[in-house]
Every structure is written in C-alpha cells, then in structure tokens.
Design a protein around this ligand. Structure first.
Ligand SMILES: Cc1cc2nc3c(=O)[nH]c(=O)nc-3n(C[C@H](O)[C@H](O)[C@H](O)COP(=O)(O)OP(=O)(O)OC[C@H]3O[C@@H](n4cnc5c(N)ncnc54)[C@H](O)[C@@H]3O)c2cc1C
Length: 427
C-alpha cells in the first residue's frame, strides 16, 4: 500500500529546496500538506496594550495562499487549521491513516516543545515523526564543531566556518507530486486590511514567487548587490539592502538558494567586498539560530546569556514604553525609525540598532519589552535574529564585553546628515 506522509509546514513555506518534500516524493508517498495556526505560539502580553498592525499576519497569509496554489497545481491543497498542533495533527493522522509526519526542525523553545508534545501524543499511534533541517545556510551536520563548542564570539565562529565553508546543493522543486485527497475546509482566508504607506522601504508581498522576484531584482536586474557594502547602512528606498528578510523568515526563500545565487552572481558578474558581505550577514543569521539552540530559554531572561553578572536596566514604565512605540520620544532620529516600523512593519538594520540601544541604554527599559514589541510588529520577525540581536545590543547576548551604547546624535549625523529620513517620517 502507498505510504502516506504528512508534511507539517511551519517556517518553511515553499516548495523549492525543501528536503522533506523532496524525500516524501522520492519515497513515492501520498502527501498531505498541513499548516497549523497556533494561537499560543510566541504570544506575550505587552504593557499598555499597543495597537499592532497586521503586516506580519498578512505576509504569512499571502505566503500560505501561494503555497496552497502550488499544491492545487498538483491536484491537492494545503490543509490550514487553527489549534494546538499536538492535538490537531494526531487527529488528522488518525483520520487519513498517516504513516509518518515530516517537518523541519526549529531551535526555539516554543517550537521545540510543540514538536516534543506532538511526538509524545503520537507514541501510541502508528505514526512517527522525521525531522529535516532546511532553515540555515549551513547544514548543522556540516559545521566544524559540536553545538556545545559554538564560540561565544561571532568572529571566532565566522573564521571557523569560513575556513571550510560548505553549503549544500539545493533540492530541485518536484515536478510530479502525489497529493493525498482530503475533505478539510478549503483555505480561503480574509486578508487583513493594511494601508500601504507610499514611504515604505518595500511593499512586501508574501509567497515564494515574490521572494524569487526580489532576489532576481536585487542581484540580476538592479545589480544593487554590487554596492551592498557601501549602501547597507541606508535608511530610505528599496535597494540600499536586499530586503530578503521577510521571505527568509517565513521560509519562502531558502538561505541555501540565496547563497548559491550570490555565488552564481560572483561567477557571472563580479565577486567583491559587497557580495562577500551578503554572505557574511547570512552567517550572522545562522549564528543567532545556533546561539538559541545552545542556550535555550536563557536568551529570554533579563540577564540573557551573559557570563558576567550583568545587571541590565529593568524599567517597565508604561508611559516611556508607549512614547517609544509611537515614535514620540522627542528624539527625531529614534521617532522617525519607530514610526516607519509602526507604519510599514519594517525598519533598516541601522535603525533597529539605534532604537534598541536608545530603549535600553538611554531610557533604561527592560530590553525584553523592546524585543516583544518587535516580535509583534516586524514583517521579518524571526525568533533567533530578533532575540539574539536585542540581547546583543543590551549587552547580555553573545560577545557581551563591548559597550553597545550608541551615541544617537552622532549616528543621526552620520547616516542622516541632511535629516531627509527624519523629515520623511515626521514632517
Ligand atoms: C534589535 C534588532 C532586531 C532584529 N530582528 C530581526 C528579526 O526579527 N528578523 C530578521 O530577519 N532580522 C532581524 N534583525 C537583523 C537585521 O536588522 C535584518 O535582518 C535586516 O535589517 C533585514 O533587512 P535586509 O533583508 O535588507 O538585510 P540585508 O542587509 O540585505 O542582509 C541580508 C540578510 O542577512 C540577514 N541579516 C542581516 N543582518 C543580520 C543581523 N544583524 N542578524 C541576523 N541576520 C541578519 C538577514 O536574513 C537579511 O535578510 C534585527 C536586528 C536588530 C538590531
């Protein structure tokens, strides 16, 4: 009898370079693709109950709509359900006689517990789970050290991996797939109404084809990657940086695929400091994931993973928090960045570093509140990069020795000398 495999999608909303999908097809199985919208995942109450626009939710829904369309081309469709995965999945497995559940591993505590609870609930069922690794640029098995030996300093990690950099080849998108027929309600979501701000760095559209278009544009059409190292600290416009982060965060683009495209660009056009720097940033992305895998929930504590006896600020004053959130601190550079985030769900890397530093080191606030707010707002939120960067800026992350306090006036002078960015968002 044909094997039946459930493909449980989480942050891997694509069909290209998807090892689990590839394996299920190779095994000749009938496949049931499933996404569970879990209401409890990563939810923390915020003080003052700020208004949270739905940029991230919209992006995810658009990504799911496209994934569903892909499966319809294979005469199937994506099952999208709400609830707790450890309850919903065993129910679906029993209903459709599933032999095995395939999923991509996540390293965050919440998602790992979800998986463990599911595996426990399936223990008495004839269904097993198989984990794949599709989120990082470097496959964990190709790292030149064991997880417990991950260096606490990024530069040490980078040198180790660069000395033997190996990024696996991508898995081809399957052409013929046997989708398992099902009777679940078709996925026809209402997209939340969001207003597209004309000042937006990019009107982000979810889904893997939009991700591929963006990559194509940034590398091949605009050639913007050629000068990435010089432009990456920019604040205005579409091409000062790649803007690939939302697609990477949702897994609409595979990091391996981006790597190989950059390498192809280096071969066919130019290899320079800028193309190197793009890979360098993707190494940061991998690194923060490994940091969370190594330290687990410690990264969510006030002291973070700092080996020192750090005592970061612990302010939780609602008024101060609300002024920061709404871009009304009185510092024009900070306020412009915070308003961009609130209006679009995106902020440049330069902006993020400044508003985070200001929140912690100038306003004396508990860095975790800032991280939680970013978690709700960012269209490219990813648990590893967000919490890792926040802890880093707060001085309680990896490499906690340096003073991470930014001189905001100096930064504004350096990166927005004519005040154009501030005027764009404030005047
Ligand atoms: C406080 C704070 C919070 C952040 N939260 C997130 C988050 O939730 N999700 C997220 O993807 N990035 C986060 N970043 C990192 C970085 O700001 C964004 O990845 C970047 O601005 C996205 O724009 P881009 O795709 O144009 O990046 P580019 O400059 O074009 O870089 C290419 C890719 O490299 C990766 N990258 C670049 N910088 C970093 C970095 N510092 N850390 C990890 N990966 C990096 C991203 O995947 C990015 O898409 C955060 C940074 C700070 C300081």
């Amino acid at each position: 009898m044909t094997r039946r495999i459930m493909l449980w999608y989480r942050n891997d909303l694509r069909v290209h370079d998807h090892e689990a999908l590839h394996c299920a097809v190779r095994e000749g199985a009938q496949i049931l693709p499933v996404f569970i919208d879990s209401p409890t995942l990563g939810r923390h109450p915020l003080p003052g109950n700020p208004h949270i626009p739905s940029f991230r939710r919209k992006f995810r829904l658009e990504s799911l709509i496209e994934l569903d369309q892909r499966w319809r081309e294979w005469n199937g469709s994506l099952v999208v359900m709400s609830g707790e995965p450890d309850q919903v999945i065993p129910h679906l497995c029993a209903k459709y006689g599933i032999d095995e559940v395939f999923l991509n591993a996540e390293a965050s505590d919440d998602e790992y517990r979800q998986y463990q609870q599911l595996a426990r609930n399936l223990q008495s069922a004839p269904t097993s789970c198989r984990l794949f690794y599709g989120a990082s640029m470097i496959h964990p098995e190709d790292l030149p050290f064991e997880l417990q030996d991950l260096p606490d300093i990024f530069t040490q990690y980078r040198k180790l991996v660069e000395a033997r950099l190996r990024v696996r080849a991508c898995f081809a998108t399957p052409t013929a797939v046997q989708a398992l027929p099902h009777q679940e309600t078709p996925f026809e979501p209402q997209l939340p109404q969001t207003i597209v701000d004309v000042r937006s760095a990019l009107p982000f559209q979810g889904g893997e084809s939009a991700g591929h278009h963006r990559l194509q544009h940034y590398l091949w059409e605009s050639d913007a990657i050629r000068t990435y190292k010089e432009t990456r600290n920019g604040l205005i416009g579409t091409d000062y940086s790649s803007k690939l982060s939302p697609w990477l965060a949702n897994g609409c683009l595979s990091a391996q695929h981006v790597f190989h495209e950059v390498r192809r660009y280096e071969t066919e056009r130019v290899a320079n400091d800028s193309t190197y720097w793009m890979i360098f940033e993707l190494l940061w992305r991998d690194y923060f994931r490994l940091v969370m895998e190594k330290f687990g929930t410690a990264l969510f504590s006030l002291q973070g993973i700092s080996p020192r006896n750090a005592s970061p600020p612990r302010g939780r004053h609602i008024g101060t928090f609300e002024k920061w959130v709404n871009g009304r601190t009185g510092d024009r550079f900070i306020d412009a960045n915070m308003r961009e985030l609130l209006s679009t769900g995106f902020m440049s890397n330069r902006g993020r570093q400044n508003v985070a530093s200001h929140f912690v080191h100038d306003l004396g606030m508990d860095w975790r509140l800032g991280a939680q707010y970013f978690e709700e707002l960012l269209v490219d939120y990813n648990v590893y990069s967000n919490w890792g960067n926040w802890a880093y800026v707060a001085g309680v992350g990896n490499d906690p020795r340096e003073n991470r306090r930014f001189n905001i006036a100096r930064q504004a002078n350096m990166y927005d000398p004519a005040g154009t960015y501030q005027a764009l968002w404030l005047d």
